[in-house]
Design a protein. Structure first.
Length: 151
């Protein structure tokens, strides 16, 4: 039974895990930023620059005090890995639960009576924070690729 299990297990090395983590965060961040811009554009909100500026400040706070800690934990778990691991192990199981909760909260907020320009602040904050945090994954990935080429 074990040989069959190994055949169907989608195993990859840590560079692929770093790539997946970085591009997942980058993709979700980009999607949230597009939603935020569409909120502001659809309502032609006066003060769009104000909403966007507040969103950028929120993003820097979320990035520095929240997401960088998560990225560092994930990197601390991925980098020591030897050999191949399951492709889904680029984040922990607890993080998958958190993702489901965040997606549900996003759907609830999008359909709530809260004015979209105000939601754009949150979407800009989280989206830009994800995008900024993805840079750390991608920087580490590039350094891992350089390391493997030099050895």
């Amino acid at each position: 039974m074990k040989p069959f299990k190994r055949k169907i297990k989608p195993a990859v090395n840590k560079r692929v895990l770093l790539f997946l983590a970085g591009f997942m965060w980058l993709g979700v961040g980009t999607m949230l930023l597009f939603l935020s811009f569409s909120f502001l554009n659809a309502f032609r909100a006066r003060g769009s620059f104000l909403f966007g500026g507040i969103g950028v400040i929120v993003a820097l706070i979320i990035h520095h005090f929240g997401f960088l800690k998560i990225v560092d934990k994930n990197l601390g778990r991925i980098l020591p890995m030897e050999g191949t691991k399951c492709v889904f192990s680029f984040i922990t199981w607890k993080s998958y639960i958190m993702i489901v909760v965040m997606v549900a909260m996003g759907a609830i907020l999008r359909h709530s009576p809260i004015p979209k320009p105000y939601l754009s602040i949150l979407y800009t904050g989280v989206g830009l924070a994800l995008l900024l945090s993805s840079i750390r994954y991608l920087r580490v990935l590039l350094s891992e690729i350089r390391k493997s080429r030099s050895t």
